[in-house]
Each structure stands twice: as C-alpha cells, then as structure tokens.
Design a protein around this ligand. Structure first.
Ligand code: ATP
Length: 435
C-alpha cells in the first residue's frame, strides 16, 4: 500500500500504467508520465511508481522500467489519457507502447514473471482475460502492455525512491561532479549510487539521448528534494519523485541447482569452488563452481565489474560461497556474476617445500614427491602456509559504475535500511513534482 493510501482509501482512483514509450533515439517513459500528470492536472493519490522489470530482457531500451500513476479519479476520459500517452511515445525500431487504465489495483501474477523471467504473448493474453481494466496499444503491437500491467500489479516489499530531473534534449547535460560528491557526503547513507569514488565520476547522469538530466536515488523523498538543490543550478527544471523497486535485489530468485536456472533469469546459488579462478583475455575471470547437487557451472566476472573481479580472483579450490548472476543464453550453464557471499574457506594452502640444503623451491615430481633442481635433494612433505581469507559472510559486489538498477548496493545492505515514513512530514504526493 502506498504512503497516502490511508488518506485516499475512500476516494475513487484512476490507475494509469504505461511502458515502452521510448526508443534508442530518445524519449523516456518517466517523462511521458510527468507530462501526462501535467497535461490532465492529475491529483496524485500516491507517488508515481517506477517499476524495474527483468534486466536481462534483450528488447529493453535501457533499464526496463515501467511507470504507474495512481490519481484521484479525474473527469477526463480514459481514452483521452491513453491517446495522449500513445501520441507522446517516441517511435523507432522496437517501440511498442502500452497503456493500461483501471479503477483499482489489478490483482494478478504476471508482474512476478515480468520481474524475474520472460513473459510470452500468450501469458499476456491470458492475463488480459482475467483483469478488469482497459488496455491500449498502437496498431495491435501490445508488448508494452506486459510492463504496464506488471507495474500496476506489482506488490511492494522493499522500496526506495528516485528523484528524476529532466532537461531539454537539445541542450547538453550540465554535470556538476563536485556538487554530486558534496551531496553524496551530506546525504549518505540515505542516498546511494551517486558517485563512483574509485573511478572518480558521478553516477547520477545517464549518457543516452533521453530527456533525463539526472536521477538521485535514496530512502526518503524529502531528502531527495534537498539533495536535488545541492546538485542543480537550474531548480526551475522539471523533476518528479518516483517510488521504485530499485536497489532491492527483487529480480533475484534463489535456486537449489544450476539445472533449475534458465537463460534471461537472475539466480542465486550456493556452490563450492572447483578450481583456482582463471583470468582470460580481456581481463575477465572464470570461476568453475559446483552447486549443492553436484552440477558444475562457470561463473564469469566481467572486467567491467571491477572490484568483483578482484575479489573473485581471491577464491580458492574448496571455498564455499553463494553466487548470484544472470544466466547466459549463449553459453551453456554459465552465469554472469553480479555478486558473491563468502561462506567458508580453507586458510591452509599446501605448497612445494623449500629445499633444506640450498633453499630453492622444490619441483613436484610425483604425487607426494618433490625434487630440488639445482642440488637434486628429494622430499616427500609439502609445506603448508596460512593464507589470509575473507571473513565468513563477507559480500563482494561490482564497482559502483557496473551496478544495474535493481541491484542492492553496499550502502543499503550494510544498514539494512527499512525506512519508516513519518507521514506527517509530507504535504502530499502532488508536492513531489515541481511546476
Ligand atoms: P526505459 O527505461 O526508458 O523505460 P526500457 O529499458 O524500459 O526503456 P522499454 O522500451 O520499456 O525499455 O522496452 C521493454 C519492453 O519489454 C516493454 O515492451 C515491456 O513491456 C517488455 N518487457 C518487460 N519485461 C518483460 C519480460 N519479463 N518479458 C517480456 N517482455 C517484457
């Protein structure tokens, strides 16, 4: 239930859900939502919601986000609203906008699949049969309805907020790296993924041709408005605060075995390390793992994940870990690593002994036999060395700039924030956007 649900529970509402209104050339579904609210002077009954769906869907434009607006019932006809939204969609290539308008929350299950798996057109058709509400799309291309309906059906568990600020697309994005760093220091830990301190670059600015100027993510909408004024020299620019499922790990499904995981899903598995991790061309790291049912698979930590590659390289044969990542469609039983939790490992490593006569490292000759090349001395015992290992329960994640929207950052994990609102501090959802 939303923040203002208690207030608006007796008032009739209009639920307007939309998706797939943008193309690679421009546009953004959150911007179309902002314009819709303005155009019809909608009185919001709750925060507009930005719901991120399965990040592995190949036909997404950028972050696979769909938007839901819950407004107090307005006199405008549903058809007018839908026509406006569809006319605002930026067409190009695969754009297939969808709008779903209903008077109440649709109770359905498609959203869970849209978040964690692939929804087929048949599943969409079945869902449409069971739901009350009006679907709108263009020229019979209904794919956008998958995201739109899922946004309306979505049931909140953990959540965060994002203040999205917009720009004129023909003007360059003005960036204020020092302002972002300053804002990050002042608002931490209640905002996240603002600045990559290792790479020394702000993370709030997207790079595409869309109308988003920047987005600040965090736990509290009022704090985000304060943060906005620390970063922006153009307070008159349009902005709006969305309630989102970003930073929640909601896309990850725990599985007992790699055999239960299929392409385009993100799964979490408990596994043990089979071999020393192997660096391959391009700086990517391969870690051979065995799940609890004895099935072997490969976890790939891509160079772009930075810190995660460095940490995964420290794994050793026999370590017990939990890993999560996206299942690759092209390589059989392979996972693109998104994070790992170190459970337990062996801190003793067996090594070839030093030669007691001349001090050289001896060479392996048989299963338990070693020989010193310079002086010919032989030995049968390895030496054991205590090596530093991560603490049990240590978690390793990618560098900040490699984060996807749904991935839960350290800042949220460490504090395990579950922000409780003081409803009285807010003047209502309509204050969560500027004029
Ligand atoms: P933006 O972030 O700017 O909103 P986007 O990255 O969200 O763009 P879309 O243009 O919305 O990308 O394209 C995603 C398309 O995929 C939509 O039509 C949506 O309905 C559909 N879709 C989303 N999740 C799934 C899923 N799990 N299975 C099948 N289709 C999906």
């Amino acid at each position: 239930m939303g923040l203002w649900s208690a207030r608006s529970v007796t008032m009739p509402t209009t639920w307007i859900a939309l998706d797939d209104t943008d193309s690679y050339e421009g546009g953004c579904t959150t911007w179309v939502a902002y314009q819709t609210i303005k155009k019809f002077a909608l009185s919001l009954a709750d925060f507009p919601a930005l719901i991120r769906l399965n990040p592995e869907i190949p036909w997404k434009t950028r972050g696979n986000g769909a938007v839901l607006i819950i407004a107090n019932k307005c006199s405008t006809d549903d058809e007018n609203i839908a026509r406006f939204i569809l006319s605002e969609a930026q067409f190009g290539g695969k754009t297939s906008p969808g709008v779903f308008i209903t008077g109440d929350k649709p109770i359905g299950t498609m959203w869970r699949r849209a978040l964690t798996d692939v929804v087929t057109p048949r599943v969409l058709q079945l869902e449409l049969k069971n739901l009350e509400g009006r679907p709108f799309c263009r020229n019979g291309h209904a794919r956008g309805l998958i995201g739109a309906i899922s946004a309306a059906e979505h049931v909140w568990d953990d959540f965060t907020f994002e203040l999205i600020s917009y720009r004129e697309t023909d003007l360059p994005r003005v960036e204020e790296p020092r302002g972002v760093l300053w804002m990050d220091s002042l608002t931490s830990p209640l905002t996240f993924l603002n600045y990559d301190r290792k790479a020394n670059k702000p993370l709030i600015y997207p790079s595409g041709p869309d109308p988003v100027w920047f987005g600040i993510r965090g736990e509290d909408p009022l704090l985000l408005i304060g943060a906005y004024h620390l970063v922006s020299n153009y307070p008159e620019n349009p902005w709006m605060v969305f309630k989102t499922n970003q930073g929640t790990n909601e896309h990850i499904v725990e599985k007992p075995s790699i055999m239960d995981a299929h392409p385009y899903t993100t799964v979490k598995l408990t596994a043990s390390v089979e071999d020393q991790p192997r660096m391959i061309q391009g700086g990517h790291l391969l870690v051979k793992l065995t799940d609890l049912q004895g099935n072997t698979f490969e976890a790939i930590a891509y160079r772009q994940t930075g810190e995660l590659v460095k940490k995964a390289a420290l794994l050793r044969r026999g370590d017990r870990i939990q890993v999560w990542g996206a299942i690759q469609p092209k390589i059989e039983k392979a996972m693109n690593l998104q994070g790992l939790l170190f459970i337990a490992g062996n801190a003793l490593e067996r090594k070839a002994p030093w030669c007691p006569i001349c001090g050289h490292v001896m060479e392996k000759k048989g299963q338990h036999e070693y020989r010193c090349k310079p002086c010919g001395t032989t030995a049968h015992d390895e030496q054991t060395e205590v090596i530093p290992r991560p603490k049990p329960e240590s978690e390793f994640l990618p560098s900040a700039s490699a984060f996807k929207h749904l991935m839960k950052p350290y800042r949220r994990r460490k504090l395990d924030i579950h922000y409780e609102f003081n409803e009285d501090a807010y003047e209502g959802p309509s204050k969560m956007l500027n004029k």
